[in-house]
Design a protein around this ligand. Structure first.
Ligand code: ZN
Length: 825
């Protein structure tokens, strides 16, 4: 069937000349554009994408349009002419539009300067909102060159993908003409109009890099500038392809839906994802800034220089960037021990989601804008990343890198599909990459390999892992690293069963490169946990055991027994994995077992807290700092009275003399957890006074960790007030959604205010996460029916899959609670 959202391919754009004049008072804009077109077949119509725009004039080579027909549903406009002969023609359009308020298209953002609210106009076009700013051929494979001219109030400034070519003033307007871009996709065009300041520097090979902010914030741009320069140098060396543009700008935007956006040459960021405050930023934020920069810079090649043909292959962009950002971070900041954290942050989160029957294959057919928005998810990013990591390990680092270089050079300034990457890697490696990878990108889910013995043979059997324990017959082509007697051998398991001669003392999925789980027989399992394992393999064992219990393959007490073995661990990622498992158990079993779980947690975390204490030591390292905050929070939330008292004391001190930013979240949260309405008012007041977004978010989150429902209801109301930016609204819903004392509060509030949430988030990719965060705690069939009914009546088109996933999660929770009457603690 023909996809009605896709434009006919008989007309191709070559070059856009766009002139935009925004009106800052009325929040609208007028525009003119000339699009040079290649008309491949004689026709009498031109169809372009256009959404919420009014076209006031249209002509081609001076011949006026006969009729303009808007197709609202498909976000298109049809221009009818008498006859258009094939060849190169110029389409001239004039149009009008409105500045959006929803962080998509050309939209309004607000900042404070001189104690006054000021307006910034900025853009977010991915995946399909360039069409809200100017009529265009808004598909990733319809690449063209862009010449942008902006007419803006003369006291403001503007930046775009390319450097400024010319600037002049006329009456009250400043005209800024930018250099022509290389051929690129519409979704990567960007500009920002605002008062701006910046810091700048150059890479070794003289690429100009700037970090821009609204006035008063450029001192927080020094660290990201340093990182961006190093990161750019890393990628130029890694890909052996020069950075394709003359400059790179990174800019902090006060209102931004996601973390960042890779617009070519002008990367936009949420402030908290870019700006680093020497005195007030935490180690966690520092790490996330490094990551976001490394992620977006990778896209300048992988995504921008070579782009997916259609959104089906979004994963190729996002999976790749979500993998290589870790490689770059590891190179730039080895002290982060980032590959250990990778397992919990990326791979395990992908394994969780992909254990659902309602997951989806990496390569997925998407037709309309809602479906496109919905695949900006853990599967495209994290599973994509994980299977690329597995493939790199299978092919070897150098071979993999050579294949990538080959691919980028072959498709630069063009578009590619997933198979083009596999072909390139196959050509360079001479290994059957395509066949192997199809089993990972075209099937939903992933395998669990179970281990048994037959005489001297190890018998490995694969089947799909599912929390609902559903039988199915998929086969994956699995590269398996097996450790045996000091050596690691790699096998390719491409059938249901694999027999291997093995002696003893072996370990499967060594270093956890593979995207699958292992289920050992009891004897081997016991042997393994009493042997010496490295950190990655310990995390693998802990998570596989947890997930097996989550799917009721084994009782939860097996998991709880296992983690007792790790009470002397000192690695952050291991404790992070343990905490996250315990947190979920606490939420689901709190009715009957809260006190027991709390006691168990306090005993488990006793040793590590004794080692770390509260005080930061000189040169103790980045991950110890992260670990300390993690341990204190876990203990505090498990009602450790000493920790709660000390946190309260520190909070009072903080009001006089600010405490270490690495402990602020813990201190605010525990102060809130252990106190009532007075503390709520205090924290809210601090939030309202604060200017630094990072600190604001810490304070905002703390409003959601109180035990009293009345206070939490206030917090939820506050999150929808005009005191909280739209971009930050989801934080409180999410914290309260998993606050064990809140019961059904977040869900009820969400239902009662559905119209408001729908208004704010019916476009874009926030809605799926909102729905999951307010339903994840439920485990009863009554709730399941209630939620199903609610969404039958109230449609969320950009969250259809998320709703199915939430319902499945409730079933899984139900099984878990029924299966584990006794936790054995
Ligand atoms: Zn990305």
């Amino acid at each position: 069937m023909k996809n009605p959202y896709i434009l006919p391919k008989t007309i191709k754009p070559i070059k856009y000349n766009i002139e935009l004049t925004p009106n800052f008072n009325d929040l609208n804009f007028s525009g003119k554009e000339i699009i040079e077109l290649n008309i491949i077949k004689n026709t009498n119509e031109i169809i372009l994408n256009s959404r919420d725009l009014e076209i006031t004039s249209a002509k081609i080579n001076d011949i006026k349009v006969k009729k303009i027909i808007y197709d609202k549903e498909h976000q298109q406009v049809k221009l009818l002419f008498n006859e258009l002969k094939k060849g190169i023609l110029s389409l001239e359009l004039e149009f009008k539009g409105k500045v959006s308020q929803d962080m998509r298209g050309l939209y309004k953002s607000i900042y404070i300067n001189d104690n006054k609210e000021k307006i910034m106009l900025t853009t977010q076009f991915e995946p399909n909102d360039a069409r809200k700013c100017f009529p265009c051929f808004d598909e990733p494979n319809l690449k063209a060159k862009f010449n942008l001219t902006l007419k803006i109030p003369k006291e403001l400034d503007a930046v775009s993908n390319m450097p400024v070519k010319r600037k002049f003033e006329n009456n009250n307007l400043k005209t800024i003409i930018f250099d022509e871009t290389p051929v690129m996709s519409t979704y990567l065009l960007a500009f920002v109009i605002s008062e701006l300041e910046y810091v700048e520097g150059k890479t070794k090979d003289n690429v100009m890099v700037r970090v821009l902010t609204t006035p008063g914030k450029k001192d927080k741009a020094k660290f990201p500038l340093e990182v961006a320069i190093k990161s750019l140098e890393f990628y130029i060396n890694y890909f052996k392809i020069d950075y394709p543009l003359p400059k790179l700008d990174l800019i902090a935007i006060p209102d931004f839906e996601s973390g960042a956006m890779e617009n070519w040459g002008l990367i936009t960021y949420r402030e908290v994802a870019l700006l680093y405050d020497e005195k007030n930023s935490s180690a966690g934020i520092k790490q996330s800034i490094v990551h976001t920069i490394n992620h977006e810079l990778a896209h300048q090649w992988f995504g921008n220089l070579v782009t997916m043909k259609w959104w089906n292959d979004l994963w190729l962009n996002e999976g790749f960037a979500s993998w290589i950002e870790y490689k770059a971070t590891d190179k730039l900041f080895p002290e982060f021990d980032i590959w250990n954290q990778y397992l919990t942050d990326v791979k395990i989160s992908a394994l969780y989601l992909d254990s659902l029957q309602n997951s989806h294959p990496i390569e997925v057919n998407v037709i309309n804008p809602d479906e496109i928005n919905e695949i900006f998810d853990v599967i495209s990013y994290n599973k994509g990343s994980s299977i690329i990591m597995m493939l790199e390990n299978y092919l070897g680092e150098e071979v993999f890198r050579n294949g990538l270089k080959f691919y980028l050079n072959k498709f630069k300034y063009g578009n590619a599909e997933t198979d083009n990457l596999w072909d390139s890697l196959e050509e360079v490696s001479k290994k059957p990459v395509k066949k192997m990878m199809h089993s990972w990108t075209r099937q939903t889910g992933y395998p669990i390999i179970s281990v048994s013995f037959e005489k001297d043979n190890l018998i490995l059997k694969q089947e799909r892992f599912s929390y609902l324990n559903k039988k199915s017959n998929e086969i994956w082509k699995i590269p398996i690293n097996i450790y045996e007697e000091g050596k690691i051998n790699c096998y390719l398991m491409d059938k249901k069963i694999l027999k291997i001669k093995i002696k003893n003392n072996f370990f499967l999925n060594y270093d956890q490169f593979g995207f699958y789980r292992i289920r050992y027989d009891e004897k081997t399992f016991n042997k393994i946990i009493s042997s010496k394992l490295n950190i990655k393999n310990k995390i693998g064992i802990i998570n596989d055991t947890y997930s097996l219990s989550r799917g009721c393959y084994i009782p939860l007490k097996d998991f709880l027994n296992l983690i007792k073995n790790y009470k002397n661990e000192t690695d952050y990622a291991i404790w992070d994995e343990i905490s996250s498992g315990l947190g979920k158990i606490q939420l689901l079993f709190k009715e009957k077992h809260l006190e027991k779980i709390n006691k168990f947690t306090r005993e488990l975390f006793f040793e590590i807290h004794k080692k770390l204490g509260w005080e930061e030591k000189n040169n103790e390292g980045h991950t110890k700092i992260l670990l300390r905050a993690q341990v204190l929070a876990t203990l505090g939330f498990s009602e450790d009275k000493n920790i709660l008292n000390k946190a309260r004391k520190m909070f009072d001190e903080h009001l006089k003399n600010k405490i270490n930013p690495n402990l602020r979240s813990v201190v605010y949260n525990l102060a809130a957890f252990n106190d009532g309405i007075k503390m709520f008012n205090k924290l809210k007041e601090m939030y309202l006074k604060e200017n630094l977004q990072e600190e604001k978010i810490r304070l905002l989150v703390s409003l959601g960790v109180f035990k009293e429902k009345e206070i939490l209801r206030e917090a939820l109301k506050f999150s929808l007030s005009n005191k909280v930016k739209n971009q930050d609204t989801p934080y409180l819903l999410s914290v309260i959604g998993s606050n064990e004392y809140a019961d059904d509060l977040a869900w009820n509030f969400f239902k009662d205010n559905w119209k408001e949430y729908y208004k704010r988030f019916h476009d874009g990719h926030t809605m799926p996460n909102l729905i999951k965060s307010v339903t994840m705690r439920f485990s009863s069939s009554e709730r399941l029916n209630e939620i199903k009914e609610f969404f039958n009546k109230n449609k969320a088109e950009n969250a259809k899959r998320a709703i199915e996933q939430s319902l499945e999660m409730i079933k899984i929770n139900n099984n878990l609670v029924e299966f584990n009457k006794d936790l054995g603690i």
